[in-house]
Design a protein. Structure first.
Length: 95
């Protein structure tokens, strides 16, 4: 099984009503893509790269799940259009 096939097999274990998951080879590594399904709001595709050392690790399935959940968390956080930190920036700018 190639590294890409190994990642695609893991991604098939996950199903989400709002998100699509895919992957492609990127040299020795594999890039995973997370995107919104049928969104009326334009949103970027989130990507993260799995390095060959992680892909070849005997504990790959566990490390993949950790990296995948971390990426999902980061993607959702990036979707915020306003945060408390933005308020502080607006005050500095006098808005």
């Amino acid at each position: 099984m190639t590294r890409l096939e190994r990642v695609l097999a893991q991604l098939r274990l996950y199903e989400h009503p709002l998100l699509n998951f895919s992957a492609h080879a990127k040299g020795e590594n594999v890039e995973v893509l997370i995107s919104l399904k049928d969104s009326c709001v334009p949103m970027h595709t989130y990507t993260f790269e799995l390095h060959s050392r992680d892909l070849d690790d005997p504990q790959f399935e566990w490390s993949f799940q950790r990296q995948f959940y971390d990426a999902l968390h980061d993607y959702v956080v990036e979707m915020f259009v306003r945060t408390p930190q933005d308020r502080a920036e607006r005050q500095v700018k006098g808005l």
